[in-house]
Design a binder for this molecule. Structure first.
Ligand code: AMP
Ligand code: MG
Length: 500
């Protein structure tokens, strides 16, 4: 065992008892442990291991390697693959499940919070549907970098604990190294897990899953009966609304917002073809498989609502004693999602822009700003960083630089000054709010791509350097100035691939 944990009250914790396995057996399949030819640590997140209460030195021992590669579990019971369904690009698949992943335990972190320890790329499962159950090292690097960057940006997310190379070569469009990503989540239950539960038509499993999710993720819910499940749906709606507002305010595009990739905890999960925008365009899409732009930047709020609609639909039988009451409760939760998203998005945008969140013209000013950014072909992150610097230094010059057209700059600046003219808050307060919401550095696509390419060629240093640059993403740091730079024309990445 890595370490015996005690909870904050000094009690011996139940750290290694798998809660999820207490659910009815239809929710999971027990797997055999995996054996890879040569599991080797490629990168280990020491700091995060400490937060989790796992000793980083122990993780590097042969016993630790067995845990991180799926040969052993935290509680010495067989690992499990979770069953779930999902709407993929709008089409319903009644049975997806972990086709290349396994849950190897649940732990309790240093703050007393329970987490799942989950391995991606750990081999085939009964849900693999003919695929190889493997993960490429490149895809593991991508997820590790993006998820750790999101955590640094204070966006709720799964976290990455380690990448192991397996010693296998796997075949994609060419032969590439295979890897296992060890990641954590507050829970891996997804909207798709509820869809799966609802498909059976039985009430007990659905209730068990909802109770499990409430106990794990929303323990503050104390109500009973139908109110308990209404409160649960509403809590998920709020978590999803807040999450998607954060994504959008950072120019983040998830890329695969299928219901099996929508977490009940409201964490960002499943980093495939996701990307941060460089030049702003509202309908921006990166994913090569998103041909119709279903998951474009400006559709994410609406898709979040659509996904919540699927969760509400799945929970209907628990939401009321009559059909009318059920539908009313479902609609109330969807409205809650919309209002939470709008409030969070507007307040974040107000902070980013350095204007009063209560300003009556805020909505139209946000729209005007995005229109100007799109028209001017302006880099998303650089634009907001320039605003922070402009207010901090009391100078408009830096903003004139980000606009290529002086007349567009003048027009926008005039609106901006107007918006700020009656702001009751002082500049210091305003700048602090801007600094907290405008990252100086994000993992830009060309940097991520370089980290992936180099990493697959045996050079993890590029990835390590990028991680260091995005670790304190909101702080000015001249040492990382190169990472602020938008791509040069030949570096621009226009498409991302699942690269699974
Ligand atoms: P994702 O696109 O990663 O969200 O995965 C969607 C579904 O496809 C999940 O059920 C995965 O487990 C499954 N899947 C993706 N890649 C593989 C693979 N290489 N082998 C087996 N299953 C996979
Ligand atoms: Mg997925």
């Amino acid at each position: 065992m890595p370490r015996t944990e005690t909870d904050p009250n000094g009690q011996e914790s139940k750290a290694h008892i798998l809660d999820y396995a207490q659910l009815p057996p239809s929710f999971f399949v027990r797997l055999a442990p995996t054996r890879f030819p040569e599991p080797t640590i490629y990168v280990l997140n020491d700091c995060f291991a400490n937060i989790l209460g796992l000793d980083p030195d122990w993780l590097c021992t042969s016993e630790g390697l067995r845990l991180l590669s799926g040969a052993a579990t935290l509680d010495d019971t067989p690992p499990i693959a979770m069953a779930y369904a999902g709407h993929q690009f709008g089409h319903y698949a009644p049975l997806l499940g972990d086709g290349r992943a396994m849950l190897v335990g649940e732990g309790v972190d240093r703050s007393g919070r329970r987490y799942d320890l989950h391995l991606k790329g750990s081999g085939t499962t009964p849900f693999s549907r003919g695929a190889d159950g493997r993960l490429t090292l490149g895809a593991a690097i991508r997820e590790y970098v993006m998820s750790e960057a999101m955590a640094a940006l204070n966006v709720p997310t799964t976290r990455s604990l380690a990448i192991l190379t397996t010693g296998e070569t796997i075949l994609r469009d060419k032969a590439v190294p295979g890897a296992v990503l060890a990641r954590t989540a507050r829970s891996h239950v997804r909207i798709g897990t509820f869809q799966y539960a609802a498909t059976s038509g039985e009430l007990d499993p659905l209730k068990a899953l909802a109770d499990f999710s409430i106990d794990r993720l929303y323990p503050e819910i104390e109500s009973d009966g139908v109110q308990r499940y209404q409160d649960f749906l509403s809590a998920v709606a709020k978590a999803q609304g807040r999450l998607i507002a954060k994504w959008m305010s950072l120019g983040f595009i998830h890329g695969v917002m299928n219901t099996d990739n929508a977490s009940i905890a409201g964490e960002t999960i499943d980093y495939g073809p996701c990307a941060f925008m460089d030049v702003f365009h509202p309908a921006k899409v990166f994913s090569s498989i998103d041909r119709r732009g279903r998951y474009a930047w400006n559709r994410q709020a609406e898709i979040g609502q659509w996904n919540m609609g699927q969760l509400a639909q799945s929970l209907l039988p628990l939401l009321g004693d009559s059909e009318e009451a059920q539908i009313e409760a479902a609609q109330a939760a969807l409205s809650r999602y919309v209002s939470t998203f709008q409030l969070a998005f507007h307040s974040q945008m107000a902070n980013k822009l350095g204007v009063d969140p209560q300003h009556k013209d805020l909505s139209s000013f946000i729209a005007e700003t995005f229109a100007a950014m799109a028209k001017g072909g302006i880099d998303f992150t650089s634009f907001f960083t320039a605003l922070t610097r402009s207010v901090a230094n009391r100078s408009d010059a830096i903003i004139l630089e980000v606009f290529q057209s002086p007349s567009m700059a003048e027009t926008w600046l005039e609106m901006w000054h107007q918006m700020r003219s009656n702001d009751p808050r002082d500049d210091q307060y305003r700048v602090e709010a801007m600094r907290r919401t405008n990252p100086v550095r994000i993992p830009r696509n060309h940097q991520v791509e370089r980290a992936v390419q180099d990493g697959e060629n045996g050079k993890p240093q590029t990835m390590i350097a990028l991680l260091a640059a995005v670790k304190n993403s909101y702080a000015e740091d001249p040492a990382f100035a190169a990472y602020e730079q938008p791509p040069k024309p030949h570096e621009i990445i226009t498409q991302t691939f699942c690269g699974t």
